[in-house]
Design a protein around this ligand. Structure first.
Ligand code: S3P
Length: 426
């Protein structure tokens, strides 16, 4: 599908967004192995989170979807059934990596695969710790999907994450629920902690001390009532749109503001953004609130080290903002971008250059000079949702109408994206 985007005079309005993708995955997986019904409000409408629901169903767990309300009838820790065929994770790295932690402990063999993009993403990062716990997992060429997982009786491990990855951390913690004894995960760089919070909501025996997470095996989970906040990573596209176009003012309600995700807001404010929060509250252990952003000139600057890891999903849209900023943007320590849904360093630079923006790809980052003018262009999402949405935002600031090929990729996390953009772009 090709989408045409017209330049906008301003971005204004008050919106709410689909449920957080990271949180929705975790709630659905834990609900499947909890005892009793879990009701999840504002479940993500993204295709990725629906891949997780399809896997849960294929494991014999009843799932009812009524709009964005999802009801999952968990059958307890030992209630999953051997799937009849291969589990399909689609485009979703979270589904395959996190669910593998649960599959590793089942008394059956499962196969899990995904689309062409997922088939190129590395799985050794979860295979190694899960094998140390006792599972036997084979993969194409030793590291790529499909995975064949021979579940086993697991034993707890003490594991230091070699990459800052919440998906890997979660996979180990979910396996740890089934393992004999305790499982300890140590992080050198703090990653999003939605799993730790969700596990507590479901009644797991988990403790967190600084960057050391300990989970006891053998606890039972209990179904509960939950609501996913609006996804901050989806909000990022609208925040940047408002910061890009003079005269803009946008308010986004009920957004997840978990401190391990909100680094984006700190970085934007540090660069001069006019952003404030209202109606902040705690819900289900997660902080949520309204974000109000008004246009202000953005300085730009450098993003590196732990900061890069904390806003890795937002770098495509920050790169767009960087090109219009006063000093430009340098991103370092972002090697992980090369193994996301696409090689995002390459796909960002390719699309920036299509609109006449000078940008340099580094092996682990980007250098984008500032004060650049955006020319209308024919973009390609390359099948990557965040690339599609980042360049739709860039197109708002261009000097004429732009097109995006393979624009449907946005529905991986945000099917309503183009409608919402149309609603606020004047
Ligand atoms: C996610 C963790 C991050 C992020 C992804 C979602 C999660 O991936 O990029 O979009 O929900 O845990 P990594 O764990 O690979 O860093």
């Amino acid at each position: 599908m090709q989408v045409k985007i017209f330049p906008a005079g301003a971005v204004t309005g008050s919106i709410s967004l689909p449920g957080d993708k990271s949180i929705s995955h975790r709630y659905a997986m834990l609900a499947a192995i909890a005892e009793g019904v879990t009701a999840i409000e504002n479940y993500s409408t993204g295709a990725d989170c629906h891949s997780t629901l399809a896997c849960v169903r294929a494991l014999g767990i009843p799932v009812k979807v009524d709009g964005t309300l999802v009801r999952i009838e968990g059958r307890g820790m030992n209630g999953l059934l051997a799937p009849a065929g291969c589990l399909e994770a689609g485009n979703s790295g979270s589904t395959i990596r996190m669910l593998s932690g649960i599959l590793a402990a089942q008394p059956f063999v499962s196969r899990i695969a995904g689309d062409e993009s997922l088939a190129r993403r590395p799985m050794a990062r979860i295979m190694r710790p899960l094998a140390q716990m006792g599972a036997s997992i084979s993969a194409r060429e030793g590291q790529f999907p499909p995975l064949e997982i021979h579940g086993a009786k697991l034993a707890g491990i003490d594991y230091t994450l070699p990459v800052p990855s919440a998906q890997v951390k979660t996979s180990i913690l979910f396996a740890g629920l089934y393992a004999a004894g305790e499982t300890v995960v140590r992080e050198t760089v703090r990653s999003r902690d939605h799993s730790e919070i969700a596990l507590r909501q479901f009644g797991a025996n988990i403790s967190v001390e600084r960057r050391v997470i300990t989970i006891q095996g053998g606890s039972e989970l209990k179904g509960c009532e939950l609501a996913a906040p609006s996804d901050l990573s989806s909000a990022a596209f609208f925040l940047v749109a408002a910061l890009l176009i003079p005269g803009s003012r946008i308010s986004i309600r009920g957004v997840g503001l978990n401190p391990t995700r909100a680094t984006l807001l700190d970085v934007l404010v540090g660069m001069g953004a006019n952003i404030r929060l209202a109606n902040v509250e705690q819900k289900g252990g997660e902080m949520i609130g309204e974000i109000i952003a008004e246009y202000a000139p953005i300085r730009g600057g450098a993003i590196e080290k732990d900061v890069t890891a904390a806003l890795i999903d937002e770098i495509p849209v920050l790169a767009v903002l960087g090109a219009s900023s006063e000093e430009g943007l340098t991103v370092r320590d972002a090697g992980e971008l090369r193994i996301k849904e696409t090689d995002r360093i390459a796909t960002i630079v390719d699309n920036l250059q299509r609109m006449g923006i000078a940008a340099e790809a580094l092996h682990d980052g980007l250098v984008i000079p500032g004060k650049q003018k955006f020319r209308a262009a024919a973009f390609d999402s390359f099948g990557d949702h965040r690339i599609a949405m980042a360049f739709a935002v860039a197109a708002l600031a261009a000097d004429g109408p732009s097109t995006i090929d393979n624009a449907e990729a946005a529905s991986v996390s945000f099917p309503e994206f183009y409608d919402t953009l149309k609603q606020v772009a004047q």
